[in-house]
Ligand binder design. Structure first.
Ligand SMILES: [Zn+2]
Length: 219
């Protein structure tokens, strides 16, 4: 059994950077390290990350509602809760909230190369990944080929939303441009693939649970 995750806490880790930290002092950086250890999701930090894809494509997708509502304890704050859309007979769709699509990819962050992470990619990064996928397929290659690495970064646009870029890196480029990171052997990739997530990663709530949440929302 995998550790149960709540979609509400996932949002709070969205801004967390898993990149290389300059200082290890302080409770703040310690808390970040603990969160990173417990997290199964890949977060694109403020620094570029180098990752490996374990599959040729996303292993599943889901529609998710990002529900914003004022914090009852402190109404100046907004809480964002992420809930999977039930797609058919969904109480959040019924009240007019529009879900967004997310594609799920098994990845390994070379910064912590022993761990399989899930990149829960919204349409912007997914579009960037798909562009690279299409280029590779024409050449008979795949995203998860041995010897291929990907530099992932994000940039905040004027509209406040991030746009993502993903750039291919060969093993030679990794060795010269990212000296602190070690390449993954084919055997390591295979071992990680055995621990990759599948569709059971998505834990849908029941209609009743979603309805209860909708009923609890302020008017
Ligand atoms: Zn819905």
């Amino acid at each position: 059994m995998r550790q149960a995750r709540t979609t509400a806490t996932r949002e709070s880790t969205e801004t967390m950077s898993t990149g290389v930290r300059q200082s290890r002092g302080g409770f703040g950086t310690f808390d970040k390290a603990v969160k990173a250890l417990n997290s199964t999701t890949f977060q694109v930090g403020d620094d570029s990350e180098v990752i490996v894809f374990l599959d040729q494509e996303n292993f599943t997708y889901a529609l998710r509602h990002w529900v914003k509502y004022p914090d009852p304890e402190n109404p100046k704050n907004q809480i964002t809760r992420v809930e999977y859309c039930l797609e058919e007979d969904c109480p959040l769709c019924d009240v007019g909230d529009r879900p967004k699509a997310t594609a799920y990819f098994n990845v390994v962050d070379l910064g912590s190369p022993n761990k399989v992470l899930v990149w829960e990619a919204t349409p912007d990064p997914t579009g960037a990944i798909q562009k690279e996928f299409n280029k590779l397929v024409k050449k008979g290659q795949n995203l998860n080929d041995d010897g291929l690495y990907w530099v992932v970064s994000k940039e905040k646009g004027k509209n406040g939303f991030y746009s993502y870029s993903i750039d291919k890196l060969t093993e030679e480029e990794l060795a010269t441009e990212w000296k602190k990171l070690s390449p993954l052997t084919g055997a390591q990739r295979d071992a990680l693939r055995h621990r990759a997530y599948d569709e059971s990663y998505i834990e849908y709530k029941t209609r009743e649970e979603i309805q209860e949440f909708v009923d609890s929302l302020p008017e």
